[in-house]
Design a protein around this ligand. Structure first.
Ligand code: FMN
Length: 317
């Protein structure tokens, strides 16, 4: 692999903070970029006007590279793209949609494009569309997920062999040891969501952050397979969806239960009982709320210890 991810994205550390609805505003994005990683503003929960304000504030808070995540299924995405081009944002991560929609336009405007995929078909489609890199996101990840339910370990190992552009691993990564493990699979970087959702700079509600930190094994599960598979944290909404799915509720009924504004209610307003809480399996290994600076220090320390410990593993199999 000759193309270097950090050079493409103009960053020093191959750690991306995934764009997350209701969590990733300018404060989180700029703090991550100031640490040398790539901070992303999550446009999925913003109008075009709000996104513009976050971009302007982010530019004031950092002189480093940063980006915006645009979920393509979002009705506001054409306007998001317009604002991004006007504001000359250096990097865009597209997700949940067709990668060929805006890649050409963004690249013609000098913007680097990365697309998030959860299977081989979309990895190849994204490469064909001309993206600069892809995020391979496995089953463990928080938020929306692939229908195939391929785990990060399996997905990354496969995708790095199928594409010739850099691969960023995502899903189930919150420690330096986990970063090292996906690097050995051939990933050039990582995209982390859940851990940054609990950071001091995340705009998630404190109730949501505390619920993530106290989550135990089995407290997140993948639901809504009939609509768009989503990993949810236990709570009232989780129980309602679980009950409906177990009795074979139709798509229409599920849509009615989801209703409108449930993600904001749960993750931003902190109503853990009625709101939708999206989070990853790796919440079990998060022990406390940390600043972005503390998170980077922790990841760097763990990564370098893990790299030294690799000397102790068996030379042969
Ligand atoms: C609360 C939350 C909201 C998310 N929102 C989005 C989003 O708007 N767009 C997107 O592409 N991914 C979204 N994700 C996925 C993350 O960007 C990231 O790929 C994923 O969290 C990585 O897995 P991890 O949670 O195990 O770290 C979200 C994840 C979480 C936890």
């Amino acid at each position: 692999m000759s193309v270097n991810l950090c050079n493409i994205l103009n960053i020093q550390s191959p750690i991306v903070a995934g764009g997350m609805i209701w969590c990733s505003g300018w404060e989180l994005a700029s703090a991550v970029s100031n640490e040398g990683g790539l901070g992303l503003i999550g446009a999925g929960s913003m109008s075009a006007e709000v996104l513009k304000e976050h971009i302007i504030k982010c530019k004031k808070a950092t002189n480093k590279s940063f980006g915006v995540n645009v979920p393509l299924m979002n009705v506001n995405s054409p306007k998001h793209i317009q604002v991004i081009i006007e504001e000359k944002v250096p990097v865009v991560f597209t997700s949940a949609g067709n990668p060929s929609l805006y890649t050409k336009t963004l690249k013609e405007n000098g913007i680097k494009v990365v697309h998030v995929i959860a299977n081989e078909k979309f990895a190849l489609k994204a490469q064909e569309a001309g993206v600069d890199a892809i995020v391979a996101e496995g089953f463990e990840a928080g938020g929306h997920n692939g229908k195939e339910e391929t785990t990060t370990l399996v997905l990354v190992n496969e995708i790095v062999k199928k594409v010739s552009i850099p691969v960023i691993a995502a899903g189930g990564i919150a420690t330096g040891e986990q970063i090292l493990s996906v690097m050995t699979l051939g990933a050039q970087g990582v995209q982390i969501g859940t851990l940054f959702a609990t950071s001091k700079e995340s705009s998630a509600h404190e109730n949501f952050k505390r619920a993530i930190i106290s989550a135990k094994e089995g407290d997140t599960m993948l639901f809504l397979r009939k609509l768009s598979p989503t990993r949810l944290l236990k709570g009232g909404f989780f129980e309602k969806i679980k009950e409906a799915e177990e009795r074979g509720a139709s798509k229409e009924e599920l849509l009615e239960i989801i209703g409108i504004g449930k993600t904001k209610l749960g993750m931003f307003d902190g109503n853990l009982d009625e709101g939708e809480l999206e989070i990853g399996q790796v919440s079990i290994s998060i022990e406390k709320e940390m600043s972005v600076k503390e998170i980077f220090e922790k990841l760097r320390k763990e990564y370098s210890i893990a790299k030294m410990n690799i000397q102790n593993i068996s030379d042969t199999l």
